[in-house]
Design a binder for this molecule. Structure first.
Ligand SMILES: N[C@@H](CCC(=O)N[C@@H](CS)C(=O)NCC(=O)O)C(=O)O
Length: 419
């Protein structure tokens, strides 16, 4: 009986197994119509495959998870052994590229894609850091491929199967046309391998739909939809629409039930005499130091509201100051659902490649978390309660409101208000 492979046909991990089998000349019992949405994670499945994920392979008493191990096992069964050289040095070279494919392309792409698709908390610098590393690896691969058709020796091997499956995942995911144009040798290599007569069918007949333009992060729908209270302030221009990033499993995610409408516990706090909306108007209309700040001190309710210093945690990763300013703008956009409870004045201080993001928040209640955790990247910032009866805190607070704050010699160059 042919070994039984289970997994979703469009998935890159399944593809690597199918490609190994096709090149080795091994027949598999494989149901192409399998869907991740079917009830596959049953107690019986977990009993057999305790790792609990797909693809899986069943061959007699061998029950195997991990697509790399499955691909290697399948390759070892076939008559064509040139894809897995037996010479230890050649085999080691093939292994090198298998690890490279998984750890340097597949995993980096999966994590960056997961951040953009909202599976992990969004933080622009984290996303960018991982994505840049992925591009660096692809650039290195491009140099290696300058003088090569295949990665090891003169014939196709498992090294190519692993690397090309990972590339397909990246090229149909985040690595868009502009990024691909910088790695022409990788693209040529990719096209050569996916058009191999034994592989073309597995790789969408040699014509996979590669990404044109990278998708951008889209905050969860509940934040986008949050209603803005009527305000006299001009509305911020809407961000251009962007494609939703596709999730890494290549198959549409199961429908998520709509979240029930829950009352915000901040609405249950005792009534406050301080009117946050009125403060926002005063701040917008009056001179900050001579008008708005005196108004604030007269009206502020220390019980019902609190004042916080906010600092970006990853200042060392900031580059151009205008990009840091966009970062603040993005954070504020993602705080939209807390507009009723929050005012902010946050700036970029310093110069390009030597800047920090810091500022102040005025918020409902005495705890920062329920107000800011509507932004998926809230944990990229540090929060410290300010006590304005303390001279140093008061000075910081006023300077952040007036946009003339200086920290460690770094001067305020750009600021944004959350109103
Ligand atoms: N390292 C594993 C990863 C397997 C994996 O993450 N499989 C996904 C599908 S692509 C899965 O089964 N996800 C569902 C789950 O984990 O419940 C491999 O290469 O096989």
């Amino acid at each position: 009986m042919a070994p039984k492979l289970t997994g979703f046909a469009g998935n890159a991990r399944v593809r690597r197994v199918l490609a190994s089998a096709a090149l080795a000349g091994v027949e598999l019992d494989y149901d192409k119509s399998f869907s991740m949405k079917s009830e596959w994670k049953t107690p019986e499945f977990l009993e057999k495959f305790p790792l609990g994920y797909l693809p899986t392979l069943e061959d007699g008493d061998l029950l195997l998870s991990e697509s790399g191990a499955i691909a290697e096992y399948v390759a070892s069964l076939g008559p064509n052994q040139t894809i897995a050289p037996s010479d230890p040095k050649e085999a080691a070279k093939v292994n090198q590229w298998k690890y490279f494919a998984d750890q340097e392309i597949f995993i980096k792409h999966s994590i960056a894609n997961g951040i953009l698709a909202g599976r992990f908390a969004y933080s622009k610098p984290t996303f960018q850091g991982i994505y840049d590393l992925l591009l660096q690896r692809l650039d290195t691969l491009d140099k290696v491929l300058l003088s090569k058709t295949f990665l090891v020796g003169e014939r196709i091997t498992l090294a190519d199967v692993f690397v090309v499956s990972a590339l397909q995942n990246a090229f149909t995911g985040l690595v868009d046309k502009a990024a691909r144009s910088k790695i022409p040798n990788v693209v040529r290599y990719f096209e050569t391998v996916i058009n191999h007569p034994k592989l073309a069918e597995i790789f969408d007949n040699g014509k996979p739909q590669l990404t044109e333009t990278q998708a951008t992060y889209q905050p969860p729908a509940k934040e986008q939809k949050a209603k803005e209270p009527k305000s006299e302030q001009p509305k911020a221009p809407k961000a251009p629409k962007a494609a939703k990033p596709k999730d890494d499993d290549d198959e549409p995610e199961p429908d998520v039930p709509a979240e029930p409408k829950v009352k915000n516990p901040l609405d249950d706090l005792p009534k406050s005499s301080f009117n946050l909306e009125e403060w926002k108007r005063q701040y917008s209309n009056l001179d900050t130091r001579t008008g708005a700040i005196p108004w604030f001190y007269e009206k502020f309710d220390h019980e019902g509201f609190s004042i916080w210093r906010v600092d970006f945690k990853y200042n060392e990763e900031l580059t151009q100051t205008f990009m840091s300013s966009n970062q603040v703008g993005g954070f504020f956009n993602r705080l939209e659902a807390s507009r009723k409870y929050l005012f902010g004045s946050v700036g970029v201080l310093g110069k390009s490649n030597d800047s920090i993001i810091t500022g102040v928040l005025i918020l409902r209640g005495q705890d920062v978390v329920p107000v800011v955790d509507v932004a998926p990247d809230w944990e990229s910032y540090e929060y410290k309660k300010l006590d304005i009866s303390n001279e140093e805190d008061k000075k910081f607070f006023e300077a952040a409101l007036a946009w003339d704050l200086v920290v460690d010699g770094k001067e305020w160059v750009d600021g944004k208000n959350f109103k």
